[in-house]
Design a protein around this ligand. Structure first.
Ligand SMILES: Nc1nc2c(ncn2[C@@H]2O[C@H](COP(=O)(O)OP(=O)(O)OP(=O)(O)O)[C@@H](O)[C@H]2O)c(=O)[nH]1
Ligand SMILES: [Mg+2]
Length: 193
């Protein structure tokens, strides 16, 4: 089965717990990969966003369409915030829908096309290079809501810095979180940090 075939599998397959206190992200071991697989884990992590966008946004609409007014925009904003995308992107999408459709009766497909287009634009923001300290160690503090990919991103950064010949030290910031240290230790072992 190819990588993309995995994404095509039906979403109602058994999935690990997602969202709050997400399943710890660990690198895929050569012969000991968990049954669900690496891409299954990614799919599980995005399940909450996927479900909210697919269900709650659809519930906003009536079969005959819905007037885009302040109430609609308020409801849309609340649904978008629930996906954990952050209030900034949620406000951007709400404002885009207001610009495109305010005072019109719309159907879901029209609105979804604009939502998707705006999300694509948000994801295409210009990258900001990491500023390293001119001398001595650089400290990078990674913060984010539960399950948003902090530890995975830390592992990616560690890998990148290591491949540039830099030395990396990993430290768990929230040692009260279940398995915080163990999870980092597994990544560090795999990365040779
Ligand atoms: N689709 C997708 N999934 C990701 C990405 N980064 C991480 N994940 C998945 O999201 C889930 C959570 O990732 P973590 O790196 O553990 O997130 P975290 O922010 O450290 O989670 P907590 O420590 O529980 O708050 C894991 O299943 C990861 O495999 C990404 O860039 N894309
Ligand atoms: Mg983490």
């Amino acid at each position: 089965m190819g990588i993309f075939d995995r994404f095509k599998k039906k979403p109602d397959e058994p999935a690990e717990a997602a969202g709050q206190g997400s399943a710890p992200a660990t690198p895929p071991a050569d012969n000991t990969a968990p049954k669900q697989g690496w891409f299954g884990m990614l799919r599980s992590a995005l399940k909450k966003t996927h479900d909210v966008l697919n269900t709650d946004i659809r519930d906003l609409f009536k079969r005959e369409g819905r007037l885009v007014d302040d109430e609609f925009l308020r409801e849309l904003f609340a649904i978008l915030v629930k996906t954990d995308m952050g209030t900034g992107p949620a406000a951007r999408i709400r404002d885009r829908i207001a610009t495109d459709f305010r005072a019109r009766v719309v159907h879901m497909d029209e609105v979804l096309a604009s939502v998707k287009d705006e999300i694509r634009q948000i994801l295409q923001q210009t990258e900001q290079p990491i500023q390293l300290a001119p001398s001595g160690p650089t400290v990078i503090l990674v913060v984010g809501v539960n399950g948003s990919g902090k530890t995975t991103s830390i592992a990616k950064l560690a890998h990148m810095f290591r491949s540039q010949g830099k030395k990396v030290v990993l430290g768990a910031g929230d040692t009260f979180r279940a398995a915080a240290v163990e999870q980092l230790t597994i990544w560090a072992d795999r990365l040779g940090v």
